[in-house]
Design a protein around this ligand. Structure first.
Ligand code: ZN
Length: 376
């Protein structure tokens, strides 16, 4: 069943207290300082997050042959072995993009569905069978955000197994009315099904997933939070639902990304989140961790990083977003969106009842704009 949001609010006053460079914002020195800070916080164990700090173009990529070729290379990399991360969490994803299976006492929840039906069949269905999981037990497919590498196989899985598809209201709208990105590699978006808002929960048997809407990468990116068990011991995991700044010069989104990384940093401490995961394996070291766990299944679980690491990961992403914001401030007209000056409220855009998000006033485009980002 889907439950409505009910959780405590994070103090907004501290939202922007995360990092305070001495240099005035909008200077190259400030940008450099944010990158250096991200580097320092990432250290060696989180260095796979540092590509997020690379400068991003002011104009989002345009669909077409060049993008298809690039995506083809990413998609066609040899896949990793499917694997088990926890007693109740399994990886059936690709080398580029993740698909996780959360096992409950009443069936399975698939988190993301890869690029297309063929890939979902090969890797999700094939991987599950190798892991002795029955795809017919999939009850829900969560689409973390409305880009084709996450929804491409969703409709096929849903139809074949009678599963329900869950996405945020705002990304359902985007998938219905105008994709930010599209590619010949991607199957069509799934048909609208269950729409969730920030803080809503899905309970299936003994397991509850809390959907945190963390807009930034898309306007309705979901970062799910749920318990995982390691030899019976309970930990709390969060999958960061959208990582890169591939939306061009959209200052509202960067501001939102900055706010959301700080919000989830604070909530991760409050909730004791100690397992940081991603929906792209390069961003959380999934493949290496799966191998390490398979090699030593009774040793310390490499996915249990600890809450301080989750804190640091959120701070790295936060600093990288601030660096990118600073770069755009340095070049105020390059690729500027006519909408960038628009100020809205996430609460209105997402119609979110959650005090956690509604209380945060963000300069943020409203829902209708999701389709206005021409090309990607
Ligand atoms: Zn994406």
């Amino acid at each position: 069943m889907i439950g409505k949001a009910a959780f405590s609010t994070v103090a907004v006053a501290t939202l922007f207290a995360c990092t305070t460079p001495a240099e005035p914002p909008g200077t190259q020195a400030a940008v450099d300082q944010y990158v250096a800070e991200a580097q320092r916080i990432a250290g060696t164990d989180l260095k796979f997050l540092m590509p997020v700090c690379n400068p991003q173009p002011a104009v989002r990529a345009t669909p077409g042959p060049a993008m298809d070729e690039m995506l083809g290379k990413l998609i066609n990399q040899p896949p990793p072995e499917p694997g088990q991360a926890f007693d109740n969490l399994f990886y059936v994803g690709a080398t580029w993009v993740s698909a996780w299976v959360l096992k409950t006492s009443e069936g399975l929840i698939l988190i993301d569905a890869l690029n297309n039906a063929k890939e979902a069949s090969d890797l999700i269905e094939g991987g599950m069978r190798r892991l002795r999981l029955d795809p017919a037990q999939i009850r829900y497919v969560l689409v973390t955000h409305g880009h084709g590498d996450h929804y491409g196989g969703a409709q096929m899985i849903a139809e074949r197994y009678g599963a329900r598809i869950v996405a945020s209201e705002i990304d359902w709208k985007m998938m219905e009315t105008g994709l930010e990105f599209d590619s010949t590699h991607w199957d069509r978006p799934p048909r609208r099904d269950i729409a969730v808002k920030d803080g809503d929960t899905l309970t299936l048997g003994d397991t509850t997933v809390r959907f945190m809407v963390t807009p930034g990468h898309t306007l309705g990116t979901i970062s799910p939070v749920f318990d995982v068990r390691d030899h019976g011991r309970i930990h709390k995991a969060m999958i960061w639902g959208g990582t890169s700044f591939n939306f061009g010069r959209d200052m509202g989104r960067l501001d939102s990304y900055i706010a959301q990384t700080e919000r989830m940093r604070q909530l991760s401490a409050q909730w004791g989140i100690d397992v940081p995961l991603s929906n792209h394996p390069a961003v959380d070291g999934t493949v290496a961790k799966l191998k390490a766990r398979a090699d030593d299944p009774t040793g310390p679980n490499p996915f249990v990083s600890g809450q301080p690491v989750v804190d640091r990961a959120m701070r790295v992403l936060n600093a990288c977003a601030r660096a990118q914001r600073g770069r755009f401030l340095l070049a105020p007209t390059a690729g500027a969106s006519p909408r960038e000056a628009g100020v809205g409220q996430v609460a209105a855009a997402a119609d979110a009842p959650s005090p956690g998000l509604a209380a945060i006033r963000l300069p943020f485009p409203n829902v209708a704009e999701a389709g206005d980002h021409a090309g990607l």
